[in-house]
Design a protein around this ligand. Structure first.
Ligand SMILES: O=C(O)CCCC[C@@H]1SC[C@@H]2NC(=O)N[C@@H]21
Length: 361
């Protein structure tokens, strides 16, 4: 699977997409939580635990909205904040519009407890103490140590949607038996979160195996990292997602592509809040549907949106193969000239768009 002279190209691509930009931000010694703002359907004990943990990490105020019961419509629930110390009107940030976020959030499971930090190291650090809380989301305005896959840096300026979501998958469930597909599911959720709004289906966004989103097969607009730990019979996952929505670097953000493209000129620019909330709605839908109908549905949807259909690529020593799909664990299925099907694993490999080749990460 290794093409030696390609690894340098691969390195250059990595720099182009993820690094090579110096961020002029003073790094806080530890995550600087500016506000935690929660609507919680959890009982008071869990909400209180959350408040305590957050307060232990930060002297800054915490805003809690709680009390949604299972049968209430999340959207119409009056959001009465239970305020610690400071009135909600003086939330010390104006860069994340919580109302817009909650107006777009339809999922009951995800995102009702959201911890927002204006500047932090990475949302992964923020969510780490809370992974036992299914559905909890952390969001950052700016990250000073944004992480990408394979040790890359994720350049994390304002305007980039940067969030993590914690969710639990029973090991015995359909998805629990095909955990390798979770990263594919997450990227599909983000893609659908963007293109399922009216008009946005025209956007030329496609999935690049295993879990990136590309515009016009050439501009990376989103990536994710999914990590998991097994606790008893439950897999506790964290999906860490970045989407270049409005940021002027690196590369071209989604909104610039939308306004530059003839076909999509009329569309409203997207907001970070919309992208996050809608991705969470889709995440909820896709997990439910996978559990209800099985992973074939998920694989089919993934392939409908990817950019590799019948693509010819080169693997190990210039051997040409044709991409046929993914297997139950998310591995790439390729067919050689003799009709033999084999798999390529996402963990050790990445897809080099410049060379149409599978290369070692
Ligand atoms: O390499 C990739 O494509 C994955 C990028 C994931 C970036 C996101 S931004 C929010 C979260 N926090 C991080 O530090 N990384 C992820």
């Amino acid at each position: 699977m290794i093409k030696s002279n390609a690894s340098r190209v691969c390195q250059m691509l990595s720099n182009k997409h993820f690094g090579g930009f110096k961020q002029d931000i003073i790094e806080p010694a530890k995550p600087s939580l500016t506000a935690a703002y929660c609507v919680s359907r959890f009982n008071d004990a869990i909400s209180d635990m959350l408040i305590k943990q957050i307060n232990d990490n930060s002297k800054l105020p915490v805003y809690i909205k709680k009390g949604i019961s299972e049968d209430e419509d999340v959207k119409t629930h009056p959001r009465i904040p239970i305020i610690l110390n400071v009135p909600i009107t003086s939330l010390p940030t104006n860069s994340f519009n919580f109302d817009r976020y909650f107006d777009n959030l339809e999922s009951f499971r995800f995102g009702h407890t959201i911890i927002y930090s204006e500047v932090t190291t990475t949302t992964i650090d923020l969510i780490d103490p809370f992974i036992s809380i299914d559905g909890l989301v952390t969001v950052a305005g700016v990250q000073t140590q944004g992480r990408g896959r394979s040790g890359n840096t994720w350049v994390s300026p304002k305007g980039c949607a940067m969030f993590c979501v914690a969710f639990h998958i029973p090991l015995s469930s359909r998805l629990g038996q095909s955990l390798g597909l979770v990263q594919h599911l997450v990227s599909l959720a983000v893609l659908r979160g963007i293109i399922r709004a009216a008009g946005y289906e025209k956007l030329d966004l496609r999935l690049k195996w295993p879990n990136d989103i590309y515009w016009a097969k050439s501009v990376k607009v989103s990536g994710n990292i999914v990590t998991s730990s097994l606790i008893g019979n439950n897999v506790q996952c964290i999906a860490a997602v970045g989407v270049n929505v409005n940021n002027s670097h690196p590369g071209q953000p989604l909104n610039q592509l939308i306004t530059n493209c003839l076909e999509t000129k009329e569309l409203q620019p997207l907001t970070v809040e919309e992208v996050i909330a809608r991705s969470l709605n889709e995440l909820d839908y896709l997990i439910k549907e996978t559990e209800r109908t099985g992973i074939e549905m998920l694989k089919k949807l993934y392939l409908q949106h990817w950019l590799h259909t019948e693509q010819k690529i080169k693997i190990s020593g210039d051997k040409e193969v044709t991409i046929k799909g993914i297997d139950d664990h998310g591995y790439l299925l390729v067919e050689d000239a003799s009709g033999k099907i084999s798999t390529v694993q996402p963990d050790g490999n990445r897809f080099d768009m410049m060379q149409n080749m599978i290369v070692k990460k």
